[in-house]
Design a protein around this ligand. Sequence first.
Ligand SMILES: Cc1cc2nc3c(=O)[nH]c(=O)nc-3n(C[C@H](O)[C@H](O)[C@H](O)COP(=O)(O)OP(=O)(O)OC[C@H]3O[C@@H](n4cnc5c(N)ncnc54)[C@H](O)[C@@H]3O)c2cc1C
Length: 383
Amino acid sequence: MTKHCLMVGAGLSGAVIGRMLAEAGHRVTVLDARGHIGGNCHTERDADTGVMVHVYGPHIFHTDDAEVWDYVNGFETFLPYKNRVKTTSQGAVYSLPVNLHTINQFFGQTLRPDEARVFLESKADTSISDPQTFEEQALRFVGPELYEAFFKGYTIKQWGCSPSDLPASILKRLPVRFNYDDNYFFHKFQGMPENGYSAMIGRILDHANITVTLNTPVSRDQAAGYDHVFYSGPIDGWFGFDLGRLGYRTLDFERFDYRGDYQGCAVMNYGDVDVPYTRITEHKHFAPWESHEGSVLYKEFSRACGPDDIPYYPIRQVAEKTLLAEYVAKAEAEANVTFVGRLGTYRYLDMDVTIREALDCGRRYLATLETGEPMPAFTVNPL
Ligand SMILES: Cc1cc2nc3c(=O)[nH]c(=O)nc-3n(C[C@H](O)[C@H](O)[C@H](O)COP(=O)(O)OP(=O)(O)OC[C@H]3O[C@@H](n4cnc5c(N)ncnc54)[C@H](O)[C@@H]3O)c2cc1C
């Protein structure tokens, strides 16, 4: 029997699940509070310069998941793109993640890989046997100099607290490479959508069984009357924040324009704590196959998320996880709603993981229609 399902959110989660249900013959209504599709992956071409701007911050597609890679390539051409990040620290520019070039440049050495390992071991604080905090973890594995230059200031700015107050798990394995590989991601498949993410998501949503309406915030009451709701908004928002708000970091982007090439790369981090922003992104470098005289840049500032701000990074410390557990219990008592995506499950999710989870969620729903089993509130465990 044909179902009528509501997707709250026209980001990747809502689009991928909606497409799968539409292809299976069901009616899908997609509602989004914003005036555009694409959620936080939204891209738009700047009218003045022609540059494709990543409106909510830089997005690079990378995955080891062949099905997800085939999926996105089915809706958009992906062109080769390697993320090569630089950082400005203590008056010099270095390559990230910390690699042999960074180590040799920083310490004025010409070390080979084995020598660099021994050298860094001599820097490590071996009195720390079981690192509990981010700071201890960093001091244990790279020593004080690299920690100060590349991790400390950036982390303070990004998370708004001392690395000694953050759990070691944030930096479980310090990304240090003992070769000259400066490709930020390890994944087998990497690329950029030729026409931006919103064009891709627009094609995913382009199906006769899907209706998309923008500028339409949806509350729990307004979501009644559908056979099933897939909610990709904030889980605490669904319940009107009645138990309190889950903590997030938000970002402020300060745009500036330039004629020519401002910084020669897409992403320049700033490791020093006295530089108030964490990084500058120059968007035209995300599309190296295009050529633009003008340039659009974002300075990125991180701060605590207030009620009217866009939630970006979930904090997920002990207090937040306790509150999350309470919301999860409430969510599990709901009927005909599944909480999905980065906000619905209060987790940081890369795009490939978002798509993988959305594909699995859509399949699970279609399977429940066959078996008669109830569709759960979560198809992944958010805790
Ligand atoms: C700064 C930053 C950089 C990132 N960079 C990368 C990267 O380089 N590579 C990568 O793989 N991933 C990256 N990501 C992750 C990527 O943004 C997410 O994987 C993706 O956006 C998740 O999609 P989603 O649909 O779950 O959520 P969202 O994109 O947040 O979409 C949710 C949608 O729901 C709508 N909505 C919410 N509540 C309601 C409501 N009540 N009513 C109606 N609509 C509602 C919102 O307006 C939004 O459009 C980055 C994330 C951030 C924050």
